[in-house]
Design a protein around this ligand. Structure first.
Ligand SMILES: Nc1nc2c(c(CN[C@H]3C=C[C@H](O)[C@@H]3O)cn2[C@@H]2O[C@H](COP(=O)(O)O)[C@@H](O)[C@H]2O)c(=O)[nH]1
Length: 292
């Protein structure tokens, strides 16, 4: 089964038997999106000014460590930056100062080096996970560049996601493949790759999009789960956080179809909406995982 079909099938099955989360069909029908500008990458907090090859390497490097939301409250953030933007900006500044890490340097990546680049404590456990994921990327690439990998995917975002998910345990987010899918989306947003099938992608199931859907009434959490999250207690990886992500994927397939936009575009609109103060004021679920 193709990757995007696996995600949709898994999400529909998980949502159908979910016991802690349900999708409110009336709220699905009411979702409206402001005419937010088209998805774009912030050019200050992302490295977009280099050659297409270096920007592609930057985004593949960044999306390999585009996780850790369960630890973000413990990260040292840059001013006015969320956890993700702190990481994105830190990697961008490393590329501006020293250029990309070579594949050989990725294979030798240590927690100390990535922690220093991101301005974090060297003994932070997320830095060890980032280093491990980057070492995997260096081994997976071998002597290939990011653009070599894109060429191998033959203008297919789904094929690129499949190459990543089958090539690295760090991308094998079974049933969701959030980071494997977002790589193609980010490469396309940066204009360094073109894909004919971005419409095949699902949303990128993280913790922010479901949070926006919850506050907009689309996802309804049972009382115990809601109380756990509102108390800012960590959610263990497992059935409940998978139900949250699966119901978000499932709901967004329906919302995107109704609004006649792609799930990739819907994801960005909802994710961007999640950056608003009213959404940030309410706790979202925190799960310490390498998937998001
Ligand atoms: N669904 C979805 N999840 C996304 C992104 C992005 C960034 N995408 C870039 C592309 C275009 C935009 O302009 C962004 O610059 C990060 N994340 C996830 O969010 C979480 C962090 O959140 P916070 O704690 O607030 O930093 C974390 O799990 C991270 O993995 C996205 O687009 N969609």
């Amino acid at each position: 089964m193709r990757l995007c079909d696996e995600v949709r099938t898994t999400a529909a099955a998980t949502a159908a038997r979910a016991t802690s989360v349900r999708v409110d069909p009336d709220a699905v029908a009411r979702v409206q999106l402001a005419d937010a500008d088209r998805p774009q990458l912030d050019p200050a907090r992302h490295y977009l000014e280099g050659s297409a090859a270096d920007v592609a390497t930057y985004l593949l490097t960044l999306d390999t460590i585009n996780f850790g939301s369960g630890w973000f409250p413990t990260l040292r953030k840059r001013p006015n930056c969320s956890g993700y933007f702190t990481v994105a900006w830190g990697v961008a500044d490393r590329f501006r100062a020293h250029g990309p890490w070579s594949n050989r340097e990725l294979r030798a990546m240590r927690a100390d080096e990535i922690a220093d680049a991101l301005g974090q404590n060297r003994d932070h456990e997320l830095m060890a996970l980032f280093a491990q994921a980057l070492r995997q990327l260096g081994s997976f690439l071998g002597e290939r560049s990011a653009l070599d990998l894109v060429a191998q995917a033959g203008a297919s975002a789904e094929r690129l996601a499949e190459l990543l998910a089958s090539g690295m345990a760090a991308y094998a987010d079974r049933g969701f493949y959030k980071r494997a899918q977002i790589v193609a989306s980010d490469l396309a947003l940066a204009g360094v790759a073109r894909f004919a099938d971005l419409g095949r992608l699902t949303i990128f199931a993280d913790n922010l999009v479901p949070h926006v859907l919850r506050l907009d009434g689309v996802l309804v959490y049972d009382q115990r789960l809601a109380a756990h999250i509102d108390a800012e207690r960590l959610l263990r990886p497992g059935p409940q956080e998978r139900e949250i992500r699966a119901c978000a994927v499932n709901a967004c397939t329906a919302i995107a179809a109704r609004l006649e936009i792609s799930e990739q575009e819907l994801d960005h609109l909802l994710w961007t909406r999640g950056g608003a103060p009213s959404y940030k004021a309410v706790p979202r679920h925190r799960c310490r995982t390498i998937w998001y």
